[in-house]
Ligand binder design. Structure first.
Ligand SMILES: Cc1cc2nc3c(=O)[nH]c(=O)nc-3n(C[C@H](O)[C@H](O)[C@H](O)COP(=O)(O)OP(=O)(O)OC[C@H]3O[C@@H](n4cnc5c(N)ncnc54)[C@H](O)[C@@H]3O)c2cc1C
Length: 312
């Protein structure tokens, strides 16, 4: 990006642009080279301005949440990373008349931990299954995150997005297509080009329930995670999607791959579907390890594992 564009971009952002920003600091894998620029966007009008500018100047961009489901390349990202700031983190009890239960509006930057805690404090049931999933509610909608047989799509009432041309749209659940760990239509098709919509808010369905029961369910999910998942090593959660009727972790373990290493990347000895950064891993290490796992599992079981983690 030339100096004139850099200056123009900086003038549109409400907070200082972070140039040559190391993305390893913004991912739970602690892996990734620098982005040309990273901007923490604080409000809707600023986001609209920035999207228009980036589109007009054909500058590549990508929006990320807390980077808990991302593998960023060692070369980094030749473009602008947008991250929603505190201005997109509000939680509001919405219009109860819209449905039988209670509707909650959450800004996309709200962390799942804060949102889950808020549900418990309010005596609201509906999000217990998300206990312990890191990241933002925005990232969770894009991923259709879930656990224990439930997924976020079950409790979504609507989403609000900003299109690449800066238009704000609220889409009801009936117009949204979700699949296993994917929101299918989060891309925006306009004049033959396809770009990501920025999710800025979501409405969720909750139901009033006994607060102690909600708390105890959350605690039991928390406990299960503590015993089943690796602790204290950077990772991005389950690396592969579970194939229909089976578990990626079971297949990888059955192939004897627990503990397999490439450089600093390792198949977790605790849970085989977690590829962890055991120290100094590069994205290239993780990708090579991923390929080794896929090849061996396919040879042993005939099943081709698909990554759940997104690549940047
Ligand atoms: C220890 C651990 C455990 C995990 N357990 C689970 C689990 O049980 N179940 C599960 O489903 N996931 C799990 N995950 C994965 C991850 O936490 C979830 O997918 C989470 O919802 C991602 O949120 P994020 O904010 O970190 O998104 P990111 O990783 O930052 O982004 C994910 C994708 O969404 C896009 N995106 C993010 N925000 C926006 C936005 N506002 N608008 C448009 N696009 C956006 C990004 O470009 C990217 O493609 C786990 C991860 C870890 C590290």
């Amino acid at each position: 990006m030339d100096a004139v564009l850099k200056q123009a971009l900086a003038s549109l952002a409400s907070s200082p642009v972070l140039w040559d920003c190391p993305l390893c600091d913004y991912t739970s894998f602690a892996i990734g080279g620098p982005a040309t620029a990273l901007i923490v966007v604080q409000e809707q009008a600023e986001l609209q301005r920035l999207l228009l500018f980036l589109g007009e100047h054909k500058i590549q961009w990508r929006i990320i949440g807390r980077g808990t489901n991302l593998l960023v390349s060692d070369a980094g990202f030749d473009g602008v990373i947008l991250l929603l700031g505190k201005g997109f983190g509000a939680i509001v009890r919405g219009d109860a008349a819209k449905s039988a239960g209670v509707v909650i509006q959450a800004g996309a930057a709200c962390s799942l931990a804060r949102l889950g805690g808020w549900f418990v404090d309010q005596g609201l049931s509906g999000l217990e299954f998300m206990t312990g999933i890191p990241g933002t509610i925005g990232g969770a909608v894009i991923m259709n995150a879930g656990a224990w047989g439930r997924e976020l799509a079950d409790v979504i009432v609507s989403v609000t997005v900003v299109t690449p041309s800066g238009q704000v749209r609220t889409l009801p659940r009936s117009e949204l297509k979700f699949g296993y760990r994917i929101w299918h239509d989060h891309k925006h098709v306009e004049e033959d080009t396809e770009a990501t919509r920025v999710l800025i808010g979501v409405e969720l369905q909750g139901a009033m329930a006994d607060q102690e029961q909600i708390r105890s369910l959350c605690q039991s999910y928390h406990q299960k995670r503590q015993t089943k998942q690796p602790k204290g090593v950077p990772n991005a959660g389950s690396f592969f999607k579970n194939p229909q009727g089976d578990a990626a972790g079971r297949l990888i373990e059955a192939s004897g791959l627990k503990g397999l290493r490439v450089g600093g990347a390792m198949v977790s000895p605790v849970h085989a579907n977690f590829l962890v950064n055991s120290g100094g891993a590069t994205a290239a290490n993780v990708l090579e390890l991923m390929e080794k796992v896929r090849v061996k599992v396919q040879a042993d079981s005939g099943i081709v594992l698909e990554p759940e983690v997104h690549f940047l």
